[in-house]
Write a protein that binds this ligand. Structure first.
Ligand SMILES: *Cc1c(COP(=O)(O)O)cnc(C)c1O
Length: 493
């Protein structure tokens, strides 16, 4: 053999030997799966008695990266590092006691979907490369669209969450209206102070930061006042500005309120304004067969959602999946495509098959996580019914909680339209804001449940957001006990 090749082959083979360490042998794979199973059982088994929040000062866990080329740690050791410190501090979002922000949980069947997605590593960005993966994701988007009342022919994108979903919608609206940069200061965007902050981020990131932001007034249920909206639109038209987009929310973060979507849709239709609905938290409650406090079907409150041009919805909230799955639904597919596609010489082969539109042409991403499988697997296993039961349970738990804290002497916000509500305790003397902040601190120190707070008209309010699939009646009863005890302690101090 040519001495040059011999030397080269020797070198390659030596490297191959070292590189092959990355492919475990079958026996090792089985061992790891067993250890993984033990670890997941320990974790899930600990949730019932464990804490939803654990205080922490400092985290251990400096990453020491070995360079020897030999295996330095057993899989079980790597896992126990996580169990002993790294993944057991602060908030535990897998716990049913997580009643802060917007929980969800992370159902196990979805976790296995993620495992498979990572293992198959299908190319979910482009139909040509991963037709099965893209088909699965597009079918899921069409299914979500049908749940929300969107017509056939709509599509959208499975995103990492609601923030990116809202961003894609805003960028698509900009494209649809053919906005030139010099026109931006003439544009008017209508929203309320209850809109999620990621909508403001989306407006800025999409280059629309110089548009006129009109903060529309609220009714006594923290919903958009459509009289005020109409007035603002007409006023803007009168002075020669351009009403561009209205952002309604179906389930606000602070109080779970649903804006009057049908009335907003009427105005958007009349004045030809892009109507976006942020249903990231609340959208799936449209599936519930419950009545409102006034005896109307809850579904009625969502009427008009189907008339929007775009909609953001988060399966990692309302379908209880692990973090990392949101969706945007869009009717004007052509504008979504025009806003996001690009062609490159090295991608020319991918154009041959276009039976399904590719996520890469409908979002900022190219190579992406095959995130749809975590929804596909549970849906194939269970269908939709247990999800709807879970959503209905959460709403009823919130109503129960609302009535109980009233009985305990708390001041309450509006009756919950969904599964979030706000409340505060007014002590006979002293600053109520400081009192309620101290109350939250006490609840968090106890740690069995975790709650968060917000500000409404400059006042400190405690929130409860019930959406983890692991939150049940006993969780709420525990929280009521903890809260009652904390109030008593503070009053005694
Ligand atoms: C959670 C939430 C968002 C943001 O979604 P992420 O998935 O956290 O990015 C946007 N809007 C509303 C109403 C939300 O509840």
């Amino acid at each position: 053999m040519d001495p040059y090749n011999k030397e080269l082959f020797d070198q390659i083979q030596k490297l191959e030997q070292s590189a092959r360490l990355l492919e475990p042998e079958p026996e090792e794979r089985m061992l790891w799966l067993k250890q993984l199973g033990d670890c997941t059982d320990r974790f899930i088994g600990s949730l019932d008695q464990g804490k939803a929040y654990r205080k922490f000062d400092q985290m251990a866990g400096l990453l020491e990266v070995d360079k020897s080329g030999k295996k330095v740690l057993d899989f079980s050791q790597a896992v126990s590092e996580l169990e002993s410190d790294l993944l057991t501090k602060g908030l535990n979002p897998a716990s049913g006691g997580h009643l802060g922000y917007i929980p969800g949980g992370g159902i196990y069947a979805g976790v296995l979907g993620d495992y498979l997605a990572a293992l198959y590593n299908q190319y979910a960005g482009i139909y040509y490369g991963g037709p099965g993966a893209v088909k699965i994701e597009n079918e899921l988007i069409r299914w979500l669209g049908s749940l929300m009342g969107y017509p056939d022919g709509s599509l959208g994108n499975l995103t990492s969450g609601g923030s990116i979903a809202n961003l894609i919608a805003v960028v698509t609206a900009r494209e649809a209206r053919g906005i030139k940069s010099r026109e931006i200061p003439e544009l008017c965007i209508y929203l309320t102070e209850q809109v999620h902050h990621c909508v403001h981020k989306a407006i800025r990131i999409s280059g629309l930061g110089e548009a006129q932001i009109r903060t529309i007034g609220l009714d006594d249920g923290y919903r958009m006042d459509t009289g005020d909206l109409k007035w603002a639109i007409e006023e803007d038209l009168r002075v020669g500005l351009r009403p561009f987009m209205v952002i309604g929310t179906a389930g606000t973060t602070d109080t779970g309120a649903i804006d009057p979507l049908d009335e907003i849709a009427d105005l958007c239709e009349l004045y030809k304004i892009w109507f976006h609905v942020d249903a990231a938290y609340g959208g799936f409650f449209v599936l519930c067969d419950l009545n409102t406090q006034e005896g109307q079907p809850l579904k009625e409150a969502f009427k008009g959602m189907e008339r929007s041009d775009s909609l953001a919805i988060d399966p990692h909230k309302g379908l209880f999946l692990s973090y990392g799955l949101g969706a945007v639904l869009i009717k004007d597919l052509e504008s979504q495509y025009k806003a996001h596609y690009y062609r490159a010489a090295y991608m020319q082969d991918t154009l041959s098959s276009q039976e399904e539109l590719s996520p890469a042409d409908l979002s900022p991403e190219l190579t992406k996580h095959f995130r749809g499988l975590r929804l596909w697997i549970p849906l194939r296993l269970y269908g939709i019914k247990p999800f709807v039961s879970c959503l209905e349970e959460k709403i009823l738990l919130c109503r129960y909680f609302y009535e109980e804290i009233k009985k305990m002497g708390f001041q309450t916000g509006p009756f919950p339209q969904t599964s979030v509500c706000v409340y505060r305790y007014i002590p006979k003397s002293g600053d109520p804001n400081a009192f309620n902040q101290a109350l939250v601190d006490k609840v968090i120190s106890d740690g069995r449940v975790f709650v968060s707070s917000t500000q409404l008209s400059g006042e400190y309010w405690i929130r409860i957001a019930i959406l983890s699939f692991r939150t049940h009646l006993s969780t709420i009863q525990t929280y009521l006990e903890v809260l009652g005890g904390a109030v008593q302690e503070l009053l005694d101090e």
